[in-house]
Design a protein around this ligand. Structure first.
Ligand code: TXA
Ligand code: MG
Length: 351
């Protein structure tokens, strides 16, 4: 999960900017340092920039600009009382946004940042109601994706304090793990000055672990790559599921979320013409359409959202998923897929 800055800076220098005129907006592929500066300036000017992280693509806006942040809510169709995660370039920026940071949260940040973990902390006066959904806490994350880190550093060089970024998808829909998926979800509602940075496929493929750190013990609000065992080892504290406050609004905690248009069923064999996602060694039932055959739980996480999207693009009515074992990332996969299977909004139009 290292930053691999050197490799990326080489890519920057040999890369080029692609303008897709017919899109009415710009998609930057293989961003150069000049492109990163341009994207940071776009954020500073109040525009939206979708960018890759190691988990899923984020839909970024200046976290101190109320108007820019309100566009995040409108393009996603997300209720405004759902808080956003603020992305920062390093642990050194933590004190800008959070106060009364417990020692165990510092340990977690030192151990797992940059990386796929979001900490919920008591907010500073910089974190306004329009970011936190009027909650007294703030979600903070330092991503490890080198493009994301370069963008955040550049944004801070321009005087920015942090980039608010939810997953770059319509509210309740499947997160985007490629720039093509971002364009599919949001391209039509983007304006000409908004940007998408194409950084290829996301390395992990499912959203960060969210850990609430506003009480005496860490509480995992959303499972992810960073597991309870890893939290326990780093903090010497057992995560206490009961400390997750009922009042906290975490949209990923909704029973129905992460849902494609197709009906998702878990552990049921697919019928003819229905989609199927399972580990490679599980054979495809006759007549069904194999959407993914990951070799491991890690690969399962990397490909699941893309496979669900493929099912929708093929207009499949139903997708059957056999989940991998329920440990490590398997716990997070079960969490996401159970919510996808609980979709109460099958008629939701896809954008
Ligand atoms: O991996 C990720 O976390 C991605 C990438 C882009 O960083 N972001 C992401 O953001 O998944 P979003 O908004 O789709 O999901 C973040 C979740 C939401 O369910 C939100 O309610 C919760 O984090 N959240 C944010 N701030 C919070 C707070 N102060 N208290 C409780 N939950 C919070
Ligand atoms: Mg999301």
């Amino acid at each position: 999960m290292g930053t691999r800055r050197r490799r990326v800076s080489v890519i920057y220098f040999i890369s080029k900017l692609v303008k897709w005129d017919d899109l009415g907006m710009e998609i930057i592929t293989n961003p150069t340092q000049v492109d990163i500066k341009k994207a940071a300036q776009a954020l500073k000017d109040g525009h939206l920039v979708a960018f890759p992280t190691e988990t899923v693509y984020g839909l970024g806006a200046d976290a101190t600009n109320e108007k820019a942040v309100s566009r995040i809510y409108s393009v996603k169709g997300r209720p405004t009382d759902h808080p956003l995660i603020v992305h920062i370039s390093s642990i050194n920026q933590l004190g800008k946004w959070a106060v009364d940071i417990p020692e165990f949260a510092i340990k977690l940040a030192e151990e797992f940042w940059p990386g796929p973990m979001t900490l919920i902390l008591s907010r500073s006066s910089l974190a306004k109601n329009f970011i936190t959904g009027s909650q007294k806490s703030i979600g903070l994350r330092v991503p490890s994706n080198p493009i994301a880190l370069a963008l955040l550093s550049q944004f801070e060089n321009l005087g920015g304090a942090g980039v608010a970024a939810p997953s770059a998808n319509k509210f309740g829909a499947v997160s985007a793990t490629t720039s093509e998926a971002v364009y599919e979800e949001l391209g039509q509602v983007f304006s000409e000055q908004d940007l998408i940075i194409n950084g290829g496929k996301c390395e992990i493929g499912i959203e960060s672990t969210i850990i609430e750190c506003t009480q005496d013990y860490p509480a995992i609000l959303r499972p992810g790559y960073i597991t309870p065992e890893m939290v326990k080892e780093a903090t010497e504290l057992i995560t206490n599921p009961k400390t997750g406050t009922q009042k906290t609004k975490t949209s990923g905690q909704f029973k129905s979320h992460y849902s494609p248009a197709a009906e998702v069923v878990l552990g049921e064999l697919p019928g003819p013409g229905e989609g199927f996602i399972a580990l490679e060694h599980i054979p495809t039932p006759k007549g069904s359409i194999r959407l993914a055959s990951p070799k491991s739980t890690t690969e399962f996480a990397q490909t699941i959202y893309h496979a669900l999207r493929m099912g929708d693009n093929m207009k499949l009515q139903k997708i059957a998923v056999f989940l991998p074992e329920e440990n490590g990332l398997g716990i997070a996969l079960k969490d996401r897929l159970e919510r996808a299977a609980n979709n109460t909004n099958q008629a939701r139009p896809k954008s």
